[in-house]
Design a protein. Structure first.
Length: 470
């Protein structure tokens, strides 16, 4: 489901919060929540520190950061950034990071089996809705974390927050450049909801349309939340679909955070015949309890929605998608509603491909990547692996019903030469390569790190390699 979340990356400083108390403004602080990654994560590895992304869907006050430290007395640092982590971070003030706190802690973990130690913040951190990057550890710290694999849970969500620890987010090591990947944060965030507005309804997300086929029917539904101090009994929602406006009034009691009732509700606005092209949807809330909304910064969400893929597309300069990665991202975002063929224009595509079973895929709704010219020498997917973590050209992670036809897949690395791989969790089936060239740098070795194909794990079956030149 493709939810469009409302995000704000403005920080309210403690100076501002103190000022609000001085002038007598109302601030509501409610029940305490703890979002933790342990369990299910269970350590097994460790280094100087670890990173994670932290998504907030309502204003909160962070009171404690928990981290599993190895059993010694050690210094620590807590850093955060208003920009989420997306790739190896450089943690420094010059790159927009803020050092939240430093101190000394005695770790309680038994070896690499995690026990979380809570670090109480000297100054609580107020976070508006948005996604933030965090790092806990330091140059002389020893934390416990988990080495990621695809069977691990990587996203941890509670009432108002999400901790993300997966690929391109979770890094381990010392600051400023933790580079071990992918490493999963073994820790927690303790917080309380906070509100400063009396009547404040928020448009938290657009829940649907979901995955749909062109010409089919789908609804527009949204999540509305009460972020105010007052309970809400009614509100208006206005929506704009491709520049056509409509609105409706809803009677839906919403409690305040910490109350016994629900603080949010999902309402259906309309049912549409979905077009073949893009659908631009903007939705906003108005008039909580029939009065002016006292905080309009969180009232609006918007998104551009596309139908699921079905039919024939081209990859290459001037095509529907400029790269294999763009085509894969489209399948990930929009899903499939029919058999799909990507005809690839002649050229060398320097990239890696990570494939999974996307929404709507089946034995009938399969995916074929084929050279448009039919010449395997004319279309190349090329990548030079540098380590174990990136040792592949095409990786099938629980993927099914993919075919590659008449193209070259090559790994130009020196010591890491895998071309086709699966993670150890397995679960990839009905995969075929027909008329392809699979190649890597010439070497003589018995190491599996240099094997052209590395198909490992349970429940891998129905693989076919025919007319292959290796």
């Amino acid at each position: 489901m493709r939810k469009k979340l409302l995000g704000k990356n403005n920080l309210i400083t403690m100076t501002a919060i103190l000022a609000m108390f001085i002038v007598g403004a109302t601030m509501s602080v409610n029940a305490q929540f703890v979002n933790a990654t342990v369990p299910p994560l269970n350590g097994g590895n460790g280094s100087g520190g670890s990173t994670f992304n932290f998504t907030v869907t309502a204003p909160i006050m962070v009171m404690e950061i928990g981290q599993a430290f190895q059993s010694s007395t050690q210094p620590y640092e807590i850093w955060y950034s208003t920009t989420p982590i997306s790739g190896p971070p450089t943690i420094s003030t010059a790159n927009g990071w803020v050092q939240l706190q430093t101190g000394t802690v005695t770790g309680q973990s038994a070896g690499l089996t995690p026990t979380i130690t809570s670090l109480v913040l000297n100054t609580p951190l107020i976070l508006p809705p948005g996604t933030y990057g965090f790092y806990v550890g330091g140059a002389s710290s020893s934390v416990v974390y988990t080495t990621y694999n695809s069977s691990n849970q990587s996203t941890f969500t509670d009432a108002l927050t999400t901790i993300e620890t997966g690929p391109s987010v979770g890094y381990g090591g010392s600051i400023p450049n933790p580079t071990f990947s992918t490493r999963q944060f073994n820790g927690s965030v303790t917080y309380v909801p906070a509100s400063t507005s009396p009547d404040n309804v928020s448009l938290s997300s657009i829940e649907t349309p979901g995955v749909y086929c062109a010409g089919g029917f789908d609804s527009i539904s949204v999540k509305v939340s009460n972020f105010g101090v007052n309970q809400v009994d009614s509100f208006m929602v206005v929506w704009d679909v491709n520049s056509v406006l409509d609105s409706a009034w809803f009677i839906a009691p919403l409690d305040t955070f910490g109350g016994t009732g629900a603080t949010d509700t999902i309402v259906t606005l309309d049912t549409l015949t979905m077009p073949a092209g893009a659908t631009n949807i903007t939705v906003w809330t108005k008039w909580p309890n029939g009065v002016q909304d006292t905080d309009t910064s969180n009232d609006t969400a918007s998104g551009v929605f596309e139908p699921a893929l079905n039919g024939t597309y081209t990859i290459g300069v001037g095509g529907d998608y400029t790269s294999f990665t763009d085509a894969v991202n489209a399948m990930d975002s929009y899903g499939l509603c029919g058999a799909t063929v990507f005809e690839v224009l002649n050229g060398t595509y320097v990239e890696q491909i990570e494939l999974s079973t996307f929404t709507g895929m089946s034995s009938m709704n399969d995916v074929v990547f084929r050279s448009q010219s039919g010449n395997a020498d004319s279309v190349k997917i090329s990548y030079a692996a540098t380590g174990n973590a990136d040792n592949y050209v095409v990786n099938f992670d629980g993927a099914s019903y993919f075919s590659f036809e008449n193209m070259t897949l090559e790994n130009l690395g020196s010591n890491y030469l895998r071309v086709i791989t699966t993670p150890t969790s397995g679960g990839s089936h009905h995969i075929s390569f027909d008329g392809c060239i699979i190649t890597a740098s010439t070497t003589t070795s018995t190491s599996t790190l240099r094997s052209l194909t590395y198909i490992y794990g349970a429940d891998n079956h129905d693989w076919s390699l025919s007319l292959i030149h290796i």
